[in-house]
Design a binder for this molecule. Structure first.
Ligand code: NAD
Ligand code: DAU
Length: 351
């Protein structure tokens, strides 16, 4: 079946993997990548598919109501896969309003444009909202987030994502909009912007810079290889039931410090440096305010109902990721020039 799908945030980390997957898997679909190209958006991520006949890039801001309404009216997209967001917790602590604007208002602008188009006949339409496990707040040392865990967000980022989830659900309840939400754990992999833990530390190890571990390093995250997330989104988009939430996770919990030590060992091998070289760069720094202790996803629903499970182990995924960064030094150099330096200095050097 032919479909006209707009994927928002397609020039970002996860979005670029989702766009590539849809463009390659579904040649009969028309895939539109709508992205404002903020600091996190990068068309280099999609060089290999930029001239595919079923792919179109549109530069635009999801908070620009007039532009979005006109675009939807003109293109009559039958589905939205919504990833565009401000996504970094540390930045949300510095500038929470920017997160409310893009993540809440931007989502509402898209929902409204979609509703205005199809509210008289929703048949065959779908709004797919990509969200995060951070909406559930923090776990103690035990337990897992399920789809029925109550929302309890702690950072401006997670509060803005929780709010956007609520609006998606509300459009489903109020206007009958067909929707699916997925809440995923920490992704890692190629094209990950080097402000997040894994790519930041890979870049710092390459450059012999300090590895700033927040607090005592005993915070726990569940890591998933980004291409496995893209597969899960594909499955839930096509086979998921309307009005459902699917939790997506890697069944792969690591404390930050154990993960950093694993990464240091792998990097020493790859860079042919003596064992222990990278670990010496570990520096404990002031903790992130409101830092969630532990996230862990119970992904049994998507496994049971849609047959999804991660395809690579963490060791395999980390090795692929490190190889990608070492083979794509130009990409890394391009994204760490310019405004990145100012961000880095404000976030790390001044503390
Ligand atoms: P990212 O920061 O790498 O990319 C975000 C993209 O959105 C960029 O291309 C940026 O240019 C675009 N964008 C930002 N503001 C925009 C606006 N106003 N209009 C149009 N485009 C805009 O983010 P990511 O890590 O790829 O995350 C993508 C989505 O997945 C987000 O919604 C995030 O909340 C969610 N998520 C991320 C993770 C993760 O580990 N990274 C995990 C679970 C869920
Ligand atoms: O859980 C899903 C979320 O994962 C996504 O919704 C977010 O978009 C994504 O950024 C990510 O959020 P985290 O805050 O968990 O990711 P981050 O890479 O920023 O941090 C991972 C852990 O590492 C966290 O406990 C904080 C810690 N950390 C991070 C940085 C950047 C450090 O110790 N030092 C650092 O310099």
């Amino acid at each position: 079946m032919s479909k006209k799908i707009v994927i928002t945030g397609g020039a970002g980390f996860i979005g670029s993997h989702v766009v590539r997957r849809f463009v390659k898997q579904y040649s009969s679909y028309q895939i539109f990548n709508l992205d404002a190209l903020t600091y996190a958006g990068n068309l280099e991520n999609l060089k290999d598919i930029e001239s595919a006949p079923n792919y179109t890039f549109i530069k635009g801001d999801i908070t620009d109501e007039k532009f979005i309404n006109e675009l939807f009216e003109e293109q009559k997209f039958d589905s939205v896969i919504h990833l565009a967001a401000e996504s970094h917790v540390d930045r949300s602590i510095v500038d929470p309003l920017a997160f409310a604007k893009t993540n809440i208002l931007g989502t509402m602008v898209l929902l409204n444009a979609f509703k205005n188009l199809w509210q008289d006949n929703w048949s065959g339409k779908r709004f797919y909202h990509v969200s995060t496990d951070e909406v559930y707040g923090s776990l103690g040392n035990t337990g897992l987030f399920t789809e029925s865990t109550s929302y309890d967000p702690n950072s401006p980022y997670s509060a803005s994502k929780a709010s956007s989830d609520h609006f998606v659900r509300a459009y489903g309840e109020t206007y009958g909009m067909p929707y699916v939400i997925s809440n995923c754990s920490n992704n890692y992999g190629p094209n990950h912007f080097p402000e997040k833990l894994i790519p930041l530390f890979i870049n710092n190890i390459i450059n012999n810079k300090a590895l700033p571990v927040y607090g005592d390093g005993l915070f726990t995250r569940d890591w998933l290889y980004v291409k496995d997330h893209a597969v899960a989104i594909d499955l839930a988009f096509h086979k998921g039931n309307n009005s459902e939430t699917y939790n997506i996770g890697g069944f792969n919990e690591w404390t930050n410090i154990d993960l950093v030590k694993l990464l240091c060992g792998l990097m020493d091998d790859k860079l042919q440096r003596p064992t222990g070289t990278s670990e010496k760069l570990i520096t404990y720094v002031k903790d992130r305010p409101g830092h969630d202790l532990r996230y862990a996803i119970d992904a049994s629903k998507i496994n049971r109902e849609l047959g999804w499970k991660p395809s690579v182990t963490f060791e395999e995924g980390l090795e692929k990721t490190i190889n990608w960064f070492l083979e794509n030094k130009d990409w890394l150099n391009n994204v760490t020039s310019g405004s990145y330096k100012e961000y880095y200095s404000n976030q790390y050097d001044k503390k």
